[in-house]
Design a protein around this ligand. Sequence first.
Ligand code: MD6
Ligand code: FE
Length: 153
Amino acid sequence: MTGAGSCAWVSDSKGYRYDATQPDGTAWPDIPDCMLNVWETVGGVSGCPDSCLINFYDSDARMGLHQDHDEADLAWPVVSISLGDEALFRVGGLSRDAPTKSIWLQSGDVAVLSGAARLAYHGIDRVKLGSSALLPNGGRINVTLRVAKAPIS
Ligand code: MD6
Ligand code: FE
């Protein structure tokens, strides 16, 4: 896991949070323009994300059902870009026990959680190793763009 932008996600002995610096105290790199372009194209909002999370999944990585609710203003969308091996994405409703649907996300697919779906429970059930040739050693990279604290103009 790593990040970019004016704040990104860290986990340490103090817990999980958005932080303005990396664990070694240095600033996060800028969010790449190619990622900002995706946000502009699909986000449907004016104002840029201040936070970009970059997660690597190996063949047995999973992400349990969760809501993205740690951002200051939930009116902003979350935009998620899938790269590399296909992943089985499960999305449900506003309660953990609501019915869910599953969809295979392929490299280049973009998922947006916004509006009524902004707080939908979602997760990754599995990654299909070797289903994409993008990464030399396989696996999947998920990039999520968010306005975590305040939009960048
Ligand atoms: C993933 N995605 O695709 C995990 N969150 O690896 C997320 O947790 C996610 O796809 C918010 C909005 C879209 C997402
Ligand atoms: Fe999420």
